[in-house]
Write a protein that binds this ligand. Sequence first.
Ligand code: 3AT
Ligand code: MG
Length: 337
Amino acid sequence: KMRRGWIECRHDIDSFAPDLLSLYESLKPSEEHKSKQTQLIDSLAKSLSKEWPNARLHLYGSCANSFGTSHSDVDVCLEIEIGTESTVEILQRLADILHGDNFDDVEAITSARVPIVRMLDPGSGFSCDICINNLFAVANTKLLKDYAQIDGRLLQLASIVKHWAKLRGVNETYRGTLSSYAYVLMCISFLQLREPKILPCLQAMDPTYIMVVDDTKCTYFDDIHQLHDFGAENKESIAELLWAFFHYWAFQHDYRKDVISIRMGKIISKKEKDWTTRVGNDRHLMCIEDPFEISHDLGRVVDRQTIRIIIEEFERAADVLQHDNDPCVTLFKPYNY
Ligand code: 3AT
Ligand code: MG
């Protein structure tokens, strides 16, 4: 199979940009959605303040990083002082409290890499994940939000890619495909690699933001209003970029050697990360470096079978955008593996 191939996009690709932009607009959460979210946070804060009066609630994930859609869940981080109790014990207690306060389907998921309590808010119908003291998530949420403000095409691209991934069944980490967060990192990396660049590498610039999490310094340049026209020289439309994104992941990315790194703003090698041999469950078949927890590979969930499924989906998407008469419909045809 041809890899690292280079082909030109169809000449009329830009004619699909208006449809893609209206899709993007339709995915944005409504005002009603946002106010329901605020209500959920308020009632949650009330429930928690009885038990933990000094707790701070942080929103993270797509309800705070601006990559949210009307299908997104609500992700909340509870920042509290921990005494002798373990995180798991706290999560159990939290689950009991929420259950008592009439939240539905409350479940402590303690075996995950980041243990959480998951529940359903009967008022809004939203699913909500609550973690304890996971301030990396708070830091990476701010980083993503700052990138989103530099060039509008990132939000457009990432929203459409996330929507595509959900409909095509490749956004399910528990089944070996990628998280929404991983797809957003792939979009940021891709836009950092365009010529001319559409996004800078904020972690390679003089830091203006610093947050220390578990002895790790999370630092980057966050004075983004200075960068508002960074991508202006690049005139590519959302349609061209979407095609090029899928084409890159279908044919150009070298899965055997490459690691994408928004921290470095470029492709780095598995060798330099020492991600060449399998350690335990970490297979490193598809390597996406977390910007702050740099030993964390967001592709670790992917196995030999699911990597094939994901790459075939990238190929299909590139092909649909290249040849289909009605790509904006065909691309998002629901599929389940
Ligand atoms: P949805 O709109 O909910 O699909 P999201 O951006 O909220 O997208 P997730 O709910 O999958 O994405 O994840 C919520 C946040 O949790 C995003 C990121 O700050 C953090 N996060 C998720 N997965 C990981 C991971 N594997 N490693 C580190 N942080 C993660
Ligand atoms: Mg979420």
